[in-house]
Design a protein around this ligand. Structure first.
Ligand SMILES: [Zn+2]
Length: 68
């Protein structure tokens, strides 16, 4: 079982993908079987241009990952 939450940025909006995935081991290899989409820990949001960038660089959003 692997549970993960990925953050992605689309059109200047930060979104989350939260999924719990099940794997089985067959012949020494892990194979993906099923996945359940879980509720993300936050709703999609748009950072302000002068806020610090959500990628964690420490730069302002407008100077980092912001795309106009
Ligand atoms: Zn950034």
């Amino acid at each position: 079982m692997v549970e993960f939450e990925a953050r992605l940025m689309l059109e200047n909006t930060v979104e989350a993908l939260h999924e719990r995935s099940a794997f089985v081991r067959t012949g020494g290899q892990w194979l993906y079987t099923t996945g359940d989409i879980m509720t993300p820990s936050f709703a999609p949001w748009k950072p302000g241009r002068n806020e610090s960038c959500p990628c964690g660089s420490g730069l302002k959003f407008k100077r980092c990952c912001s795309r106009r």
